[in-house]
Design a protein around this ligand. Structure first.
Ligand SMILES: NC(=O)c1ccc[n+]([C@@H]2O[C@H](COP(=O)([O-])OP(=O)(O)OC[C@H]3O[C@@H](n4cnc5c(N)ncnc54)[C@H](O)[C@@H]3O)[C@@H](O)[C@H]2O)c1
Ligand SMILES: O=c1ccn([C@@H]2O[C@H](COP(=O)(O)OP(=O)(O)O[C@H]3O[C@H](CO)[C@H](O)[C@H](O)[C@H]3O)[C@@H](O)[C@H]2O)c(=O)[nH]1
Length: 336
């Protein structure tokens, strides 16, 4: 029987793109997802799917055995910042406690390789916008704090139990599979590029620009947007690193370039050929003014070469996906 790579959260946005990247690289995945925010139809036909939680030790033990799991890509998590402020214990349970159960299951099953989805939110609001992996970690919300705690627990487990862990700290993930096989499906999106595409297509009335008085060139927040397909490929490279006996790593995943909110809105207007209605609103609590990755280490350590390092391409792929979703929803409404 084929050995498989377990993708936790593989029915979610980034996990479903990682499943495609694994398949494209000839690596066999198995998906574990509790469908709390993911969708069953995001898992391609033919990929084994198990519905359940990373916090279920018995289920994990059986899954590891049945599918001869050789490595884990661990995406499953809770990740909405304001929700983490309102329900911190749920975030600590899912992002930390359930990660401990998964790590324990790996140790017991002799699975030694794990790639962990971390976040730029571990840096909090740094004094200088450009951060490398050695910048102090000072999360400013329970989401970032829980991800940092999980990173540290995995590093301790790695030292004690011979696990090898690559923690990838994603910056702002956006866009969709260029072949149209996957995209951001989660309803009630809050991420800027998704929200702006929805506004351009008339699916929401307008975009609120949170803060116009930041110390940035046009006064709006600046972020490092990374195409989800480049990020998915970084996971395959991280896996290869571990398969070849490489040691633990913590790596930023971004392009090393920032774009303001207004620049993103202009890009969506260029791609859609339509105006994006926007109005200015106060700063959103907990938002740093600017956050940009120093991203050389991932390139050096993994040989990762991004292919979509361009805001217009990211936005165009997100918009194409959003258009398809709108057409599908309209068809379903007409059939109902
Ligand atoms: N989207 C971003 O911009 C971003 C940025 C930085 C880091 N991340 C990290 O990337 C990962 C994936 O995020 P996403 O944007 O794809 O979110 P998502 O909500 O689309 O995917 C998360 C998936 O995990 C599943 N899940 C949650 N808890 C689970 C559990 N206990 N057991 C099994 N399945 C569970 C959900 O059903 C969902 O399918 C997360 O770990 C997140 O913290 C995301
Ligand atoms: O409707 C919106 C949505 C966002 N923004 C602004 O756009 C920028 C990006 O905001 P997002 O909500 O798209 O993303 P965040 O930067 O808040 O957070 C994301 O990126 C972080 C790292 O940079 C973490 O990884 C986190 O998990 C992930 O959600 C911010 O300046 C925000 O204020 C708006 O003006 N209007």
């Amino acid at each position: 029987m084929t050995a498989r790579v377990l993708v936790t959260g593989g029915a979610g946005y980034i996990g479903s793109h990682a499943v495609l990247a694994l398949l494209d690289a000839g690596i066999a995945p198995v998906v574990l997802d509790d469908l709390s925010t993911g969708l069953r139809e995001a898992v391609p036909p033919g990929v084994p799917f198990v519905q359940g939680s990373t916090g279920d030790a018995a289920l994990l033990a059986g899954l590891f055995r049945r599918h001869r799991v050789s490595a884990v890509l661990h995406f499953a998590a809770s990740l909405v910042v304001p929700e983490s402020v309102a329900r911190p214990l749920d975030y600590w349970r899912n992002n930390v406690a359930n990660t401990l159960v998964l790590a324990q299951a790996c140790v017991e099953a002799g699975v030694r390789r794990l790639v962990f989805s971390s976040t730029a939110a571990v840096y909090g609001s740094p004094p200088s916008p450009l951060v490398d992996e050695d910048a102090p970690c000072a999360p400013i919300n329970p989401y970032g704090a829980s991800k940092l705690a999980a990173e540290r627990a995995l590093a301790d487990a790695a030292a004690a139990h011979g696990l090898s862990v690559v923690a990838l700290r994603y910056f702002n993930v956006a866009g969709a599979d260029p072949a149209g096989r996957a995209g951001q499906r989660r309803p009630g999106a809050t991420h800027l590029i998704k929200v702006a595409c929805e506004a351009a297509l008339g699916k929401r009335p307008a975009v609120e620009v949170f803060g116009t008085d930041y110390p940035t060139p046009d006064g709006t927040g600046v972020r490092d947007y990374i195409h989800v397909t480049d990020l998915a490929r970084a996971h395959v490279e991280a896996l290869r690193h571990l398969m070849m006996g490489g040691g633990p790593l913590t790596l930023n995943c971004g392009y090393g370039r920032g774009h303001s909110v207004l620049e993103v809105l202009r890009a969506v207007e260029r791609a859609s050929g339509r105006p994006v209605p926007a109005h200015f609103a106060p700063r959103r609590p907990g938002d740093p003014p600017a956050l940009i990755a120093r991203a050389d280490r991932a390139r050096e350590a993994l040989g990762w070469r991004p292919a979509f390092d361009d805001l217009d391409r990211i936005v165009a792929s997100a918009l194409t996906w959003e258009g398809r979703e709108a057409a599908t929803q309209q068809r379903q409404l007409l059939q109902a």
